[in-house]
Design a protein around this ligand. Sequence first.
Ligand SMILES: [Zn+2]
Length: 425
Amino acid sequence: MLLNRTFLFFSFLLIFQIHANAQDMRWLKHQIGILSGTTMDGRGYVGKGRERAAMYIQREFKEFGLQPVLPDSGYMQVYTFPVNSFPGEMSVSLNKKEIAAGTEYLVDAASIGFDGDKTKVKKINLDKARTKEEWEKLKLEMGDLSKIYLLKNADSFCRRMSIRSHQLSENLPKGCFIVPVHGKMTWTVATDTTSNTVLYVQDSVFPKRLKYASIHIQNKFSPSVKNQNVIGMVPGTVKDSFIFITAHYDHLGQMGHDAVFPGASDNASGSAMMLYLARYFASHPQRYTLVFVAFSGEEAGLLGSKYFTEHPAVPLSNIRFLVNLDIMGDATDGVTVVNATEFPREFKLLETINQTKSNLPQIRSRGKAANSDHYWFTEKGVPAFFIYSNGGKGYYHDVFDKASELSLTNIDGVIKLIQDFIPAL
Ligand SMILES: [Zn+2]
């Protein structure tokens, strides 16, 4: 790790290269462990974990020798947005049997609270709603805030009515609804509430005949939650031209006390990689000034990056390129590059580096997509890639996305690729 800057500047053309070694991979693993650990509460909107993660990243930036970009507030860019969260008691029993939050059921993120003890469950067969008129009629059988309804055939209903499954709750009337689901359950963050409580329950835990349920859920809608993007830079020889390396550190947080979403792959892994690159480039400055941003509010709708592009710390037109890292826990099948088709010259550069160095088995090309923090930058004309890894067990937005489940296969290859790509831009 003792190469000087002149050497590094040409390193793309040379065979010699600094490589992430085993010790570096342990460092990366350690960072992922911290960011997805128990003290971080899933980096969401229950507890202090989100704030702790921001402070931790700021501390790392300072330690690496990164400089603040913002004139007044140091490394932190503070802003707010509304959030619906579930900080309180949460318990669900079907007939007499209590079921487990996170693994056996999820509460729709936009739900309001509900309190019902041994409340009779009314069965509603959504197959009876074949047309919009029939649906309006069926809705009249529901709509009581104190009642629990079991919705049968919600899947086919959504297909028939062209409702996406995550939009089901906003199409339902008042009341508490139990929706049986099969297989993977995916949680999210809501910035508003619906007028109902919707529970997605694994069909495997249903009793033969569901007669009554006890449901206690408390939600908290906060109209203005403080969030912060953490920003640091490594000045280059060209001061007013920038390359950005970004990753979001927020995740879904907690659903009640028991269900924690650690977000190891999404996106402690990308945050850790961003930290790794910040540490590396701090001791290997480049021609461009490198700006590192840990975004917040991504899971709530790309809100941190949206705020940044509306209140940019540097002129957006001076950003030569942005590399956004999200989902970086397992690159067994290489990576996918969003915006590859938008910026073919830079994509070719990535491919050429990879062909020369054989860092990754595959680099897939993808077009534009509004699926991570690069999006608002692209919309404002900033050339950007969003790179995500392909591999792993498929844990995503669930309680199983833990550090222990990440293999980190080929992640050193992704790091090497970016280490070569940045100086070659
Ligand atoms: Zn996510």
